[in-house]
Design a protein around this ligand. Structure first.
Ligand code: CO
Length: 133
């Protein structure tokens, strides 16, 4: 089911300022910025030079789950995302194994990918994102 690491998500208070740090100071290449209205986040993807990217996430409004994360934990690593070959089957299988899902069904992520989240309660504290191209 798993076919590689897709990206590491980092929660930030201000996306433009965080892009300046990651691109202009740290030197990562900016790949694109997306507004995901349904997920209430604005995100930027940066290349690490390999397959695994970095995603910066700024909350859109105080109701965004990322806003709540920032309130409780501050800026930092928010989730890790792994690639799967079949997201529907993976969700079905994990559910069958008693894993707590945040999303029962995949939704549209950035760049036309399908994504779904697994609850940190089932992963020893890590919000896990499944991504299918
Ligand atoms: Co992500």
């Amino acid at each position: 089911m798993f076919v590689g690491m897709d990206h590491v998500g980092v929660a930030v208070k201000n996306l433009d300022e965080a892009i300046s740090v990651y691109r202009d100071i740290l030197g990562f290449k900016l790949l694109g910025v997306h507004v995901l209205t349904e997920r209430k986040v604005k995100v930027a993807f940066l290349s690490t030079g390999g397959e695994t990217e970095i995603e910066l996430l700024e909350p859109l409004g105080s109701e965004s789950p990322v806003a709540k994360f920032l309130e409780n934990r501050g800026e930092g690593i928010h989730h890790i995302a792994v690639k799967v070959d079949d997201i529907e089957k993976t969700l079905e299988e994990l559910k069958r194994r008693g894993v707590i899902l945040v999303d029962e069904k995949p939704s549209a992520g950035a760049e036309g990918k399908k994504i779904a989240f697994i609850h940190p309660k089932s992963t020893r504290g890590v919000l896990l994102e499944l991504v299918m191209e």
